[in-house]
Design a protein around this ligand. Structure first.
Ligand SMILES: [Ca+2]
Length: 208
């Protein structure tokens, strides 16, 4: 009888994990990051007229960002749903399409060798189902921008799904190889996903 509490112990944890919403990943303990955001136009406030970019729907595109959008997904700038400032970016999908994928990405040169970097993004989701949303960090060495020598994806451990208000998500690398000279960061709607996502206030910090 005195061992009965051992049998009961797991149940409060099971109930907790089933009823509580998924918690965002907290900043790593014991690592100090510089507070300077290495990304440019991380809040999407700077935009230009959309004349040629077919990956982004609408009359404006965010400066400094590149985009790829599959045919059944829609990426656009929005002015009525920003968290920071006036503008944000949304990606929408109404169809389950295994071939579709949509993302924005930006390259950053880093001069600090062998450090960790941390990507932080604010994301709002509406009925996101399927593979969900993701963040990714790639590292390229010695000026090469074709084949990353480092890849880390948030969705490998924590895909973002469901409906929730603006929430901070982050992804932290291990110590990068000293040869890494370019970081490429991605904010993504993955394949076979439906729903709508908003992205704003994207930041990249390097370990001090
Ligand atoms: Ca903004």
């Amino acid at each position: 009888m005195r061992y009965l509490w051992i049998l009961l112990l797991p149940f409060p944890f099971l109930i907790h994990s089933c009823t509580e919403p998924e918690e965002p990943i907290m900043p790593p303990q014991g690592i100090s990051f510089n507070t300077q955001n290495l990304l440019q136009n991380g809040s999407f406030e700077l935009s230009v007229i959309n004349s040629l970019n077919t990956a982004i729907t609408g009359d404006s595109i965010p400066q400094m960002w590149n985009a790829l959008t599959g045919p059944t997904y829609e990426t656009r700038m929005v002015k009525d749903s920003a968290l920071d400032g006036q503008k944000a970016v949304s990606i929408t999908s109404n169809w389950v399409d295994p071939a579709a994928l949509a993302y924005l990405y930006q390259d950053v040169s880093i001069s600090q060798a062998g450090k960790k970097v941390r990507l932080v993004a604010k994301i709002r989701s509406e009925e996101v189902e399927g593979e969900g949303l993701g963040l990714e960090i790639q590292g390229f060495a010695n000026g090469n921008k074709d084949t990353p020598i480092y890849v880390q994806k948030l969705e490998d451990t924590t895909p973002i799904k469901g409906s929730r208000g603006w929430t901070e998500f982050s992804l932290t690398t291990t110590s990068l190889d000293p040869s890494v000279s370019t970081i490429r960061i991605f904010i993504k709607m993955l394949r076979s996903t439906t729903g709508r996502a908003y992205f704003d206030q994207i930041e990249l910090f390097v370990e001090e």
